[in-house]
Design a protein around this ligand. Structure first.
Ligand SMILES: [Zn+2]
Length: 89
């Protein structure tokens, strides 16, 4: 009886280890589950630009932009863009 108990405990531990190994192998093999999850969150590598009017950092793709000479200037809102335009005009 004791032998059976020990054996079952051992089997449980072995099975648990096996599953952990299998899970790791699947995750490593597909490699997609992690990247898919991280794409929901704004990418860490996105360059933030500063709104020269109010100082807020904005993501260029979502910001209001204005071409000033040869460079793009980004703003958090139309109000800031207008203020900048009025200032530079
Ligand atoms: Zn602003």
């Amino acid at each position: 009886m004791l032998r059976f108990l020990l054996l079952s405990i051992l089997l449980t531990i072995a099975a648990r280890m096996f599953w952990r190994l299998l899970e790791g192998a699947i995750e490593g093999y597909t490699g997609r589950s992690r990247s898919a999850r991280s794409s929901d969150v704004p990418a860490r590598g996105v360059q933030m630009v500063r709104d020269p009017v109010c100082g807020t950092f904005v993501v260029p793709a979502r910001a209001v932009s204005l071409v000033d000479g040869r460079s793009h200037v980004y703003f958090c809102s139309d109000r800031c863009r207008d203020a900048y335009r009025a200032r530079t005009a």
